[in-house]
Design a protein around this ligand. Structure first.
Ligand code: SF4
Length: 306
């Protein structure tokens, strides 16, 4: 039995959780490759126009996997940190099943409907039972998997904080969802371009989620989406310690369009660049915009030192 894991959306928050869980249980899996133009184009052809780019990318990855595995792995997470998810996350399973309704795909998923401390474990237990695994084995695999993901997140945060404190380069806070900043087609070209311009990209997503979400309430009491709260909270915590902010968003995203405006209005005296990606032009022209943006940061710093 082989499980196909789409390298999209929740993968970028749960890679260690998922792969450790399957490794511990001796389950074979295949992760789809890094996003490329073909995957994006196939996903875009399968989706209706109104679908956001990350969901189109998800469809492209499932399209890649559909003939190469026995089950497509498609978890659903409805809540986190006391907040909800955007409707695209809630509808993901139905959307995929309808899109591939003629392909007779088998799906493996866990459904995390609530965000109580045991909700994730119960969801994994149910999935393991579906695979006819023993409860004890599932529990051990899950605990190791959760620990692996937590350790990974903590080390990544520590590394970023060390860089943050030690770098002499321009610090640019990159505000983007995990599945955007981590994606080879969407976010990584921006990260590479910033580095080539002698900037240190500081990834909002890599800061501690709980601390960021708590801080987000200083900016807004009503924002309903957990992942956006994480990003807004990182802005609140670090806006006075960076030289600029790059907001990287994808088209069309309802939550981001609202939150981006909020950041633009609430953060003053800091150069902010808003970059919006879509399936057509992706990163075309981005380097020139980033160059101009970094010139503004340098100019502002020079003026401050006069
Ligand atoms: S938050 Fe935006 S980009 Fe992310 S899944 Fe929802 S609509 Fe798509």
């Amino acid at each position: 039995m082989k499980i196909g894991i789409p390298r999209a959306l929740l993968y970028y928050k749960n890679e260690k959780l998922w792969t450790t869980f399957f490794n511990e249980l001796g389950i074979d899996y295949l992760i789809s490759p890094q996003t490329n133009k073909e995957i994006v184009s196939n996903g875009a052809n399968l989706a209706i126009d109104e679908t956001c780019l990350p969901t189109k990318i998800l469809l492209g990855h499932i399209n890649y996997l559909k003939d190469k595995c026995d089950y497509v792995f498609l978890p659903r997470v409805a809540r986190a940190f006391g907040c909800g998810m955007c409707t695209k996350f809630l509808a993901q399973v139905d959307l995929v099943k309808n899109t591939f309704r003629d392909d007779n795909l088998n799906y493996l998923f866990y459904n995390q409907e609530k965000d109580k401390p045991t909700s994730e474990y119960k969801a994994f237990l149910k999935m393991g039972k579906f695979l006819k695994l023993k409860g004890k084995d599932i529990k051990i695999a899950y605990l190791k998997a959760r620990s692996a993901q937590d350790t990974f997140n903590m080390l990544r945060q520590e590394m970023q904080e060390k860089t943050f404190n030690e770098t002499t380069k321009n610090k640019v806070l990159v505000v983007a969802h995990a599945y955007n900043v981590g994606d080879e087609f969407v976010g990584q070209p921006i990260i590479k371009a910033l580095k080539s311009l002698n900037c240190e990209p500081i990834i909002a997503e890599y800061f501690n989620a709980k601390e960021c979400i708590k801080a987000s309430y200083n900016l807004t009491k009503t924002l309903p989406w957990a992942y956006n709260r994480h990003l807004v909270g990182a802005v609140e915590l670090y806006k006075d310690k960076v030289d600029g902010i790059v907001i990287l968003t994808t088209f069309p995203c309802g939550p981001d369009s609202m939150v981006n405006e909020m950041i633009l209005h609430k953060v003053k005296n800091l150069p902010i660049l808003l970059l919006t990606m879509d399936a057509q032009d992706a990163t075309a022209g981005i380097e020139t915009r980033l160059e101009s943006y970094v010139d503004i940061i340098n100019f502002k710093k020079e003026r401050a030192n006069e």
